[in-house]
Design a protein around this ligand. Sequence first.
Ligand code: NGQ
Ligand code: ZN
Length: 411
Amino acid sequence: MMGASIGGTTLPGMVNLHSHAFQRGMAGLAERAGTSDDSFWTWRDVMYRFLDQLTPDDVEAIATLAYVEMLEAGYTRVVEFHYLHHDVDGRPYANVAEMAERVAAAASATGIGLTLLPVFYAQGGFGGEPALPAQRRFVTTLERYIGLHEASARALSALPGALIGMAPHSLRAVTPDDLARAVTNYAGDGPIHIHVAEQEREVAECRAWSGQRPVEWLLDTGLVDDSWCLIHATHVSPAEIARIVASKAVVGLCPITEANLGDGIFPAVDFQNAGGRFGIGTDSNVLITLAEELRTVEYGQRLRDRRRNRLAPAGQSVGRTLFDTTLAGGRQAAGIADWPDGDHIVLGNAVELAGRSGDSVLDAWIFASGRPLVNEVWVRGARVVDGGRHVQRTAAETRFATTMARLAAMV
Ligand code: NGQ
Ligand code: ZN
């Protein structure tokens, strides 16, 4: 769907298939070099220190601004990979779905469509390694997780268009038995997402534990089908690529975060040529911009290959191909493949788009503008972004700023 409308070009709203909303509050706070070799793992330490302090009010405030920014960027649905479940002392809140309710409140206040994935996290590392104290706010047993999942589903019952799914955090974080039991017995029809093969260290640890690479191990369980989304899947062999394609699962790329964390470059060209499905997510939310997220997928491939126009068939627009591909992948991963895509965005009449028509509008938006060009965003028939600004932005900013004045000093 793309048409000229008064004021610009109309496109379906994009799906953000992977977000940890609370991490928006630490954006830019982990960019200072440490004394040792900084890596994904030292970033994770900073992230754990940050989440240590967060109250339910903080999470709601941060998620609300993050969702305002997502809508302004052109995302009309977010798949929230939600794992901050417990109180600061590691005990469940009196209302076990307290934090899930805060995420739902942020979605409700902003209008963004929500697919909530309560996360199952049971151990600190492969082979039953005990959880770190810093992981106490999310580590739980399968039995307690099931209770949390049910309570989270109830917390969504009044939210229009909301869906529930399931997310075993990673192969590191669950036992093989619990993984199989959780998804076989409790996931229902909802989407199932998992972080996998993001970091080379994770690949090495998985091989030491099982003799297999992470994606290989996961596919050998026989559990993976088109309801699954493999988040990152950065480090995959040609054989693993072929098997992901055959499973019809979506790969969830998060290019800005993957660049920020130094994950590596997913073999998107080979995967796409083999018929693979992928979508995009903002993950750590260090920067929320749809155009740049899409551009970064393509630029990673160009930088590696030293070639141009990698992710489109001959003669086709890269911007158009990226947009359509990630929309279809995102909708599948969010559990809304069969829903009508009535939610839409309208690009403004910016000078960057002057004289462009058809697919070249998309190419100009994605590759040739550094400004947000989304002028209007409509969800469930309501205009929530007007003139590029979310109708609740002022209130969301005020609340976020109050929260951050306290939190930023503590990181
Ligand atoms: C997360 N983020 O759950 O927020 C993870 C870091 C982990 C990314 N993997 C924690 N990008 O993987 O252990
Ligand atoms: Zn993630």
